[in-house]
Design a protein around this ligand. Structure first.
Ligand code: ATP
Length: 361
């Protein structure tokens, strides 16, 4: 029997509620599988760790993660610690340290979910956004001088490398090729940003020649927001820079019904390092500790984790269980207009997984 080593990093806020829920789903799944099991190790990094140790995670943390098969992450964010410290000290440290350069964000309207686009049929919205995850606008290059003085200067340099752009575009074309519609939209802003984004466009044209069966087009990021709302069915796979995809994927999550549903995967495609799976929502301190967090984004992240491990049948089983539960409005959490708690949704998904063991349903 294969044993997968999984690191869990709940982080802050509702991360501490949804990650244990995700782990429980994996444990119930393993209980009905004969070919694999999981060995979990939990890491208590985040805001509380920072208050005790002055850092979000220890220096040796990346080494502890390197030996794992996958990481299940919650969220990083604390109302008492500046956002750039929580983000750079934990999530980005892991993404960049483990070279998880492809951030993959699927969006669909799940059964039973009432999305805000009234003219849109559920099947019209089926996207995967690929976000460059290691450079671009979030490369961390820049500085601040003369702080507080009238002559203060601050810069953030958007850094794009040919290697970085080629690898994310190639990943996106390959992903588009693997999906039924074989359709890719490359998001750009080369009308206004006339250096790096022009290189980004040129590289898209170059990489497209390796994928003659993929239909692709280019869209300015501002126009893309309108297209997502007005013509959702014209999009399928989307690739964008770090900042552009960050914004577009929050819009995508909202159009799919709630931030609480959307998953994401931070992938090291060469598998030199473990990949990391997490819900796209943040720490949501306003609802922390109340049992109100929607765990569906974490469960969908667990599905992506299983797919990455090659356990596609198990992944499908979990996804079907999640869809079975979202189809029932009495199992909706408050963000979806319902009354259900994190624990009730989790137990309903686990019960469905157990009930579908050995193809019972
Ligand atoms: P951070 O600063 O860590 O990004 P945030 O609280 O500013 O966190 P999000 O957590 O992304 O931002 O979410 C914004 C709001 O959406 C939250 O305040 C919360 O009310 C709601 N929300 C987010 N995720 C969930 C969830 N899983 N279940 C229910 N509501 C959620």
């Amino acid at each position: 029997m294969k044993t997968y080593r999984i690191a869990t990093v709940p982080g802050d806020g509702i991360g501490k509620e949804v990650v244990p829920a995700g782990r429980r789903v994996l444990e119930v799944l393993a209980g009905s599988e004969s070919s694999f099991t999981f060995e979990f190790e939990n890491f208590d990094w985040g805001g509380d760790y920072f208050r005790q140790h002055g850092e979000m995670m220890p220096e040796s943390g990346l080494n502890a993660l390197r030996g794992k098969d996958a990481i299940l992450f919650g969220s990083a964010g604390d109302p008492h610690i500046p956002d750039h410290i929580t983000l750079w000290g934990l999530r980005l440290k892991i993404c960049q340290g483990l070279d998880q350069y492809a951030n993959v964000r699927p969006t669909r309207i799940l059964p039973g979910i009432d999305g805000p686009l009234k003219r849109c049929k559920d099947k019209d919205l089926n996207w995967v956004i690929v976000r460059e995850n290691t450079e671009g606008e979030y490369s961390g290059v820049g500085g601040r001088v003369h702080q507080g003085h009238p002559i203060e200067v601050a810069t953030d340099l958007s850094l794009m490398t040919r290697v970085g752009v080629e690898r994310i575009q190639r990943f996106a074309f390959r992903l588009a090729q693997s999906r039924p519609r074989k359709l890719l939209t490359v998001i750009t802003k080369s009308n206004a940003q006339r250096h790096a984004m022009v290189m980004w466009d040129e590289i898209a044209s170059q990489i497209s020649k390796e994928f003659p069966d993929v239909t692709w087009d280019r869209e300015l990021v501002d126009a893309a927001t309108a297209r997502m709302v007005n013509r959702p069915a014209s999009l399928d796979t989307i690739v964008a820079t770090n900042l552009h995809a960050d914004i577009l994927s929050d819009l995508a999550a909202a159009l799919a019904g709630s931030l609480g549903i959307a998953p994401t995967a931070n992938i090291n495609p060469e598998r030199l390092y473990p990949s990391m799976f997490e819900p796209i929502h943040g720490s949501a301190f306003d609802i922390m500790g109340k049992g109100l967090a929607n765990p569906v984004g974490t469960f969908w992240s667990v599905v992506m984790l299983l797919e990455h491990l090659g356990e596609t049948d198990a992944a499908e089983r979990v996804m079907k269980a999640v869809e079975h539960v979202t189809a029932n409005p009495s199992l909706h959490t408050r963000d979806l207009g319902g009354m259900a708690t994190t624990a009730q949704v989790t137990e309903a998904v686990c019960a469905r997984i157990a009930a579908t063991a050995d193809g019972y349903i």
